[in-house]
Design a protein around this ligand. Structure first.
Ligand code: SF4
Length: 431
């Protein structure tokens, strides 16, 4: 046990529960990173029954090895972990034990966030989140006792970096907005995107300290009177860019990709770019997207209706929990989101929700549904959130330029409204 116990900041997500139900999704889909001492521990144990090495070194990283079907080499046929079964839970790698939580250092402590690529998280099944605090705190302080040096910060304007108190004000204000469930989901997404756009244009050189929160309050308070006009439908170009963004989120990196040599990586990238080009056009047959068992036509996807009834209610709750988790976990800006400035990161978050809407419709078309169901939305969110903050390409300059383009001409609000999945509350507006 570590000598000092550092505080752990858990996200307070209304109505969120979780317990592991041994579905094996994480063991099949994720690439498990190991600390060197964990690889050394595996070396000391007897793994003669495995069909390969327990771990591999790829690109300077030490990763749990995979079976030929892509699943973790330690996964049994009944979805259990061989390390857990043979040497106990504490012998499992930290990356496996902490999932579906992730953790980052903040000033003198640890900020926990929750991942939505676990079905028990999207379904909110299990014990209330607060019950996990004690075990998480112990695990983090045992495994990461002195790795807490980061000074969390992110830009809020040209040459202006927010301090921790200002970041708290920003996340608290946006959390209050997204969790105000008296307001329909599409209004919360549109309002959030429009306030973000206005803040991105503001100058923060003289607006510091408590005035940051006051400015955000002022903008949200004037939503009804000043900028709640129904968004126009997105332009073809905006829709095409969103399809490309959805494609980028779904292109997960596999162990084979990590192991590929330069030539293989070049051809893979070339094929990706061709498929991304077809996504932007948005007509005819869609290219195959990882995570979906067939590729429908774009027209099939466009015919899918919005969710209704219980599905709509549950999707609204799911997206609300997701936004709350992102904001509370600070996976929206700065070190929590590729080092991006606050407003660019918030724009990426609203865009990611629109991506979920696109992918949920795609999933519904693949499954032959007439309308989006809760399961379609949960599957789409799992695919999207697996990429967010983990897929390197999403943090690159071209992606930042794409988000900046989408922000223009009310683009993110227009896409958010069209892809909100639940019953639209805005009156229809011609394009
Ligand atoms: S995906 Fe979630 S429920 Fe499934 S095995 Fe992993 S942690 Fe457990």
């Amino acid at each position: 046990m570590a000598e000092r116990s550092l505080p752990v900041v858990m996200p307070a997500i209304s109505g969120q529960a979780w317990s592991c139900h041994s579905c094996g999704t994480c063991c099949r889909k994720l690439v498990g990173h190991l600390f060197e001492h964990e690889a050394a521990r595996l070396d000391e144990q007897d793994w003669s029954e495995l069909q390969g090495k327990p771990y591999v070194h790829v690109g300077g990283q030490t990763l749990l090895n995979r079976r030929p079907d892509g699943a973790c080499i330690f996964l049994t046929d009944d979805n259990l972990c061989m390390i857990h079964a043979k040497y106990g839970e504490a012998a499992k790698p930290f990356a496996c034990r902490i999932f579906p939580f992730s953790v980052r250092p903040i000033y003198g402590g640890w900020r926990v966030s929750l991942r939505f690529d676990c079905p028990s998280v999207t379904g909110s099944v299990g014990e209330p989140l607060r019950q996990h605090r004690g075990p998480l705190e112990r695990m983090i302080n045992e495994e990461l006792p002195d790795r807490c040096e980061l000074n969390e910060s992110a830009a809020i304007g040209r040459g202006v970096r927010a301090d921790i108190d200002e970041l708290e004000q920003i996340t608290a204000r946006f959390t209050r907005w997204v969790t105000d469930t008296d307001r329909p989901l599409d209004q919360r997404l549109v309002g959030g995107a429009r306030v973000t756009a206005m803040l991105a244009d503001a100058s923060f050189e003289k607006v510091r300290g408590s005035r940051v929160g006051e400015l955000i309050d002022l903008l949200f308070d004037s939503y009804e009177t000043d900028f709640s006009a129904p968004p126009k439908p997105p332009s073809d170009r905006q829709r095409g860019m969103l399809w490309q963004l959805a494609f980028a989120h779904a292109e997960h990196v596999t162990m084979d990709d990590l192991r590929a040599n330069f030539v293989a990586r070049f051809f893979r990238r070339f094929a990706q770019l061709r498929r991304a080009g077809r996504m932007r056009k948005g007509i005819g047959q869609m290219p195959r997207i990882p995570g979906f068992r067939r590729a429908p036509t774009f027209a099939e996807v466009e015919r899918i209706g919005q969710a209704t009834g219980d599905d709509a209610t549950r999707i609204g709750e799911l997206i609300t929990r997701y936004l709350e988790a992102r904001l509370q976990g600070w996976t929206v800006f700065g070190p929590g989101y590729y080092g991006w400035p606050v407003w660019a990161g918030l724009n990426a978050m609203w865009s990611a929700v629109a991506v979920v809407g696109r992918l949920a419709r795609l999933g519904a078309a693949v499954e032959g549904h007439e309308r989006v169901t809760f399961d379609d939305a949960a599957h789409a969110l799992g695919i999207t959130d697996r990429a967010v903050t983990r897929l390197r390409i999403l943090g690159t300059m071209p992606e930042r330029a794409r988000i900046a383009f989408l922000r223009k001409d009310d683009g993110i609000a227009r896409l958010a409204a069209e892809n909100a999945l639940t019953t639209p509350s805005f009156p229809t507006v011609d394009g």
